[in-house]
Design a protein. Structure first.
Length: 396
C-alpha cells in the first residue's frame, strides 16, 4: 500500500540525507562485487560488509550522523539482489544515481524502530528514525501486519511511503465465462466481447508542453539551477502520464478479473519486442527512429503491467496463448490468410467475407485458444481452465 507523504522542508532534507546514505552504501557494495575477478578472493558478503560499515561510521562523522538502520538495510537489500541474480530471476545489481534512485527501507518491529498513528480522517503520521513523525495522507487503513516500510521520492519531487501487504485474491463470478484480450498500440486492450480499451496518455496541450520543456532541457547548462527547474517540470508531466497508465491498468485488471472466470492473453515476449534496433558501429541498424517510436508506444500501452496485475489479483485464472497468426485467422470460418487483415483496424475474411475490427477478431481467437500449425490447420486449445495451454507451431 502506498501513501502520499507530506514532509516539512526540514524533514525533506533529512529524508534526502537518508536516501543519499542508502545510495552511498549500495554503490560501495556494487563496487566491491564488480572488483571481483576469477582468481581473486570472493567478494564480501553481508556480514563482512556490516562490519566494514561499523568501521566506516566510526571514522566518518557524516555517515555516523545518519541512521544505522537505513544503511544496514541497504546492505541487506543488496545481498537479496545478489541472491536473486545468482538464482537467475533478476539482473545484476547496478549503480544507483542521485535524482533517480531516491529511497530507503526501514525494517523492524513496529513500536521500536518505527510506528504509525492516525491524526484525523485523512491525515496520519509515520515515525522515521532520526527524522521524527512525518505526516501522510490517510487514504485507507494501514495494515497492522506490516513489518517494514519504504520511503521514496519520484522524479516529480513527490514523496511516498509504502507498506508491504499481500491482498487476498479476487474471486471470480463463477459463471465460467472466458474472455480474450488482444494488446496493441492503437488499441491498448481489445476484448473478445467487442470492447476496446485504451490507456489515457497526455493531452495534446500537455504533450506539446513536454516537447518544449525537453528542448529547453537540452539547451540548459549541466548543473545549473535552470536545468534543475526544467527537470522537475519534465518529471511532473512524465509522472502524470505514468499515474494515468497505472490507474488504467489497476481499474482494467480489476474489471476483468471480477467479470470473467478465465482470461486469455497472448504470450508476448515484450522484452525482446522493445529491444533497441541501433545495432553496432560495424553493423548499424535500420529504421532506428521508427523502431524507437514503436518501443515507446509499447511501453506507453502498459502491456506487461496489465497482465502482471491480473496474474496477481487472480492467480491461476490467466492463461497465456501462443500469439502465432491470431490476427490472421477468421473467427467465423477459421481461414488463415495474411491478406484478410486489410489495415490496422479492418479485418475482412477472403474466404467467407466476415468483417470485424481486426483487434476484436484477434481477441476472439485468443479467447478460443486457437493456434495454427505450419500446414495452416487450426489447433484448438484443450485441457482445464487452470492448466497452461500447450499451443505451439508444429514443423511440417
Amino acid at each position: 500500500m502506498r501513501f502520499r507523504l507530506a514532509p516539512t522542508p526540514a524533514q525533506e532534507q533529512a529524508l534526502l540525507d537518508h536516501c543519499s546514505h542508502a545510495r552511498y552504501v549500495w554503490n560501495l557494495a556494487v563496487e566491491q562485487h564488480q572488483h571481483w575477478r576469477p582468481g581473486r578472493s570472493s567478494a564480501p558478503g553481508y556480514v563482512e560488509q556490516s562490519r566494514q560499515l561499523t568501521e566506516a561510521r566510526r571514522e566518518f562523522a557524516w555517515l555516523a550522523a545518519g541512521s544505522q538502520t537505513v544503511q544496514q538495510q541497504a546492505l541487506r537489500d543488496f545481498a537479496q539482489a545478489m541472491s536473486n541474480f545468482f538464482a537467475g530471476t533478476h539482473g545484476r545489481p547496478t549503480w544507483r544515481k542521485a535524482g533517480v534512485h531516491e529511497g530507503f527501507r526501514i525494517v523492524g518491529r513496529r513500536g521500536l524502530q518505527w510506528d504509525v498513528r492516525r491524526l484525523s480522517r485523512k491525515v496520519g503520521e509515520v515515525r522515521v528514525p532520526k527524522v521524527g513523525w512525518v505526516r501522510f495522507r490517510w487514504s485507507r487503513q494501514v495494515p497492522d501486519a506490516a513489518k517494514s516500510f519504504r520511503v521514496n521520492r519520484d522524479r516529480a519531487g513527490r514523496w511516498h511511503v509504502c507498506f508491504p501487504v499481500i491482498p487476498p485474491p479476487v474471486i471470480g463470478p463463477g459463471t465460467g465465462e472466458v474472455v480474450g484480450v488482444d494488446r496493441g498500440v492503437a488499441v491498448s486492450a481489445a476484448l473478445s466481447t467487442g470492447e476496446r480499451l485504451s490507456v489515457p496518455g497526455l493531452r495534446d496541450t500537455e504533450a506539446e508542453r513536454l516537447g518544449r520543456l525537453q528542448r529547453r532541457l537540452a539547451r540548459a547548462e549541466p548543473g545549473s539551477n535552470r536545468r534543475a527547474r526544467v527537470k522537475i517540470a519534465v518529471g511532473r508531466l512524465k509522472a502524470r502520464e505514468t499515474d494515468r497508465r497505472k490507474d488504467w491498468a489497476e481499474k482494467t485488471s480489476t474489471y476483468l478479473v471480477r467479470r470473467f472466470d478465465l482470461i486469455r492473453v497472448e504470450d508476448l515476449k515484450i522484452k525482446n519486442m522493445v529491444r533497441s534496433a541501433r545495432g553496432t558501429l560495424d553493423a548499424p541498424g535500420k529504421n532506428v527512429r521508427a523502431k524507437a517510436g514503436l518501443n515507446r508506444s509499447i511501453h506507453a500501452a502498459g502491456w506487461g503491467l496489465l497482465v502482471k496485475r491480473m496474474e496477481q489479483k487472480a492467480p491461476g485464472r490467466v492463461e497465456k496463448i501462443n500469439p502465432a497468426h491470431t490476427s490472421q485467422i477468421c473467427h467465423a470460418c477459421g481461414q488463415c490468410a495474411a491478406e484478410s487483415r486489410e489495415s490496422q483496424a479492418v479485418f475482412r475474411c477472403r474466404a467467407c467475407g466476415h468483417t470485424d475490427h481486426a483487434d476484436v477478431n484477434a481477441a476472439k481467437n485468443i479467447a478460443a485458444g486457437r493456434a495454427v500449425t505450419a500446414r495452416g490447420a487450426l489447433q484448438p486449445l484443450g485441457g482445464a481452465m487452470n492448466r497452461e495451454p500447450q499451443l505451439v507451431l508444429t514443423s511440417g
